[in-house]
Design a protein around this ligand. Structure first.
Ligand code: ITT
Length: 200
């Protein structure tokens, strides 16, 4: 089985390809499609669910194919759950991962903190071109710290230490991140749901 994954984030593509290969599913990213792509939709939702739904249904209808999309982010307790749905746009609209990480460190430091409980969440919608689709979600709890460590992963991984570990997500090998992450859990649940329907 092949699944089209609609994302512009190549860190997500790498993790999802690796994770779904465990289930014998081939993942095709937007970049690999031979034809020109429509411009990405604006993520105007106020929740992860809304944004995942917007992205998946937009591409499913434009391309007339089943399409999976994910909206994910980091919720930091000391910041009242921010950056949340704005995780990729925390420092500014087109912020780099480094700029977002710097802003997170600055905000925690301004509160006199060197760490805070936090969680990553992932919401996935697998949209069918003929309407409808499947939902899945996952989370991983841990804490964020103000000293970045590690080169792996992407986004906030150098600042996020998952529960039960003393390394940041960026210090853990991909196989370990893919066995504990919010995205991995959401994907495992999605595969279970896909296997239960026979018309795909
Ligand atoms: P697409 O919308 O094209 O999929 P995006 O990066 O904009 O790409 P989101 O809107 O879902 O995706 O924002 C997710 C952001 O949350 C991501 O850019 C990171 O800042 C953060 N994030 C989510 N999962 C993460 C992970 O596994 N590791 C580190 N940061 C993560």
């Amino acid at each position: 089985m092949r699944i089209l994954f609609a994302t512009g984030n190549q860190g997500k593509v790498k993790e999802v390809k690796e994770k779904l290969s465990e289930f014998g599913i081939e993942v095709i990213s937007l970049k690999e499609l031979p034809h020109p792509l429509p411009p990405p939709p604006a993520e105007t939702g106020s929740t992860f669910c809304e944004n995942a739904h917007i992205k998946a249904t937009y591409y499913a209808q434009k391309l007339n194919l089943p399409v999976m999309a994910e909206d994910s982010g980091l919720e930091v307790e000391a910041l009242g759950g921010r950056p949340g749905v704005f995780s990729s746009r925390f420092a500014s609209e087109n912020a780099t991962d480094e700029e977002n990480n710097r802003k997170l460190i600055e905000e925690l430091s301004a509160l006199g903190l060197t760490e805070s409980p936090a969680r990553y969440v992932s919401f996935i919608f697998f949209a069918f071109p003929f309407q409808g689709g499947l939902w899945s979600e996952g989370e991983v709890r841990g804490k964020v710290v103000t000293t970045p460590r590690g080169e792996g992963g992407f986004g906030y991984d150098p600042l996020f230490i998952p529960e039960g570990f003393n390394k940041t997500m960026a210090e853990l090998p991909l196989q370990v991140k893919n066995s504990i992450s919010h995205r991995a859990k959401a994907l495992e649940r999605l595969v279970k749901a896909i296997k239960e329907i026979k018309c795909l």
